[in-house]
Design a binder for this molecule. Sequence first.
Ligand SMILES: Cc1ncc(COP(=O)(O)O)c(C=O)c1O
Length: 426
Amino acid sequence: MNWQEEDKKYVWHPFTQAKTEKQPLVITHAIDATLIAEDGKTYLDCNSSWWVNVHGHGNEHIADALQDQFHQIDHTIFAGVTHPKAIELAKRVSEKLPNNLNKVFFSDNGSTAVEVALKMSIQYWHNRNEKKQRILAIEGAYHGDTFGAMSVGERGYFNTPFEPYFFHVDFLPFPMESNEDEVLKNAEKLLETKEFSTLILEPLVQGSAGMKMYSVHFLNKLVKLAKLHETIVIFDEVMTAWGRTGKLFAFEHSSVEPDIICLSKGLTGGILPLGLTVAKQWIYDGFLSDEKSKALLHGHSFTGNPMACAAACASMDIFAQEETWDKIHAISKNNLEFSKQISSHKSVAESRSLGTILAIELNTSKNERYFSGIRDVAYNYFLENGLLIRPLGNIIFINPPYCLTNEEQKRIFAVIVSFLNQLNEY
Ligand SMILES: Cc1ncc(COP(=O)(O)O)c(C=O)c1O
């Protein structure tokens, strides 16, 4: 079978200009941190298969859990029905979150987890007849590709055709060391109007913006301001949760907590799609009424899918093992050291790391950012050298599965260095 030919005939790929992009790589097998192509060539899965695969491929513990679950119950409607795995998962996730963050709504992915969070927040104020109709977000944000998620995300190259259909959102400039205080002042002015229902942000790291990082100080201050002015705070931890930043949740680096948190990606170990939106008890209570219309009238066919819940519970078993955290800490330490070492390289504009995320921003002569020509050059170089790294424009980054060995991580660093060394002007 010529898979590429068949693919071209029948498949429409995400984020892909099919006219100009080369044929996709055909991956037929995967084990641990390695992807295996149809021709037998191997690639290290440096971005965890779109940032989801936290424990590596083919994890036996997750496989056993899926097998067991399949023989118990594969799927059921989740309105008017419940099942033990969803209850177990909801209980285990809320026990890992701060007190009172304990009402778990199930959906299918990161975007839907965000949609649900927005709807919870908007409807909470609506149910109370309070006219809080403004939403605050941060420039550069990415919260997903559904309309609500796009509305609270960065406007521009990805979503121009849809912009007339977005709802109004106020955006704060991205907080950098040089403007943090000014952004906070700006935020205070907006929030003290008490018109804001919602503040939504990716805590500490904006993923799709290019793994852009900001300070714990800013996060603490902004969230405190929002809470002072009765604004519901949503943390979109779709990318940052499950050990990515070196802690189970990114907000654990700070002294603040969200009112609603969105989880997905690594939640199931990256094996099956699942989204969770976890809200505080008082938000849930705001939907209790004798009027049915005050309920959260939202759901998906696969809400609470037992197979996905089983994978997520099995993934949480793995997070309960000390060995997993030893691996996370080892990857984080190596990242930090490499980030410092590479920061002075002539081809590097900036390098940064937080936990298992390492990002290297390349110097480019043109101000092209996402559509930088260097992106394709880097992508192809890494493929030729056995790494699957999908740069975000001129930013190359790794966020690997935690089963990555020390030797594999060193190999990734060596290929990155050789790439930087042979770079000319772009
Ligand atoms: C922070 C954040 N939120 C939401 C999403 C959307 O998740 P999904 O692609 O599963 O819809 C992403 C995806 O990259 C993300 O990084």
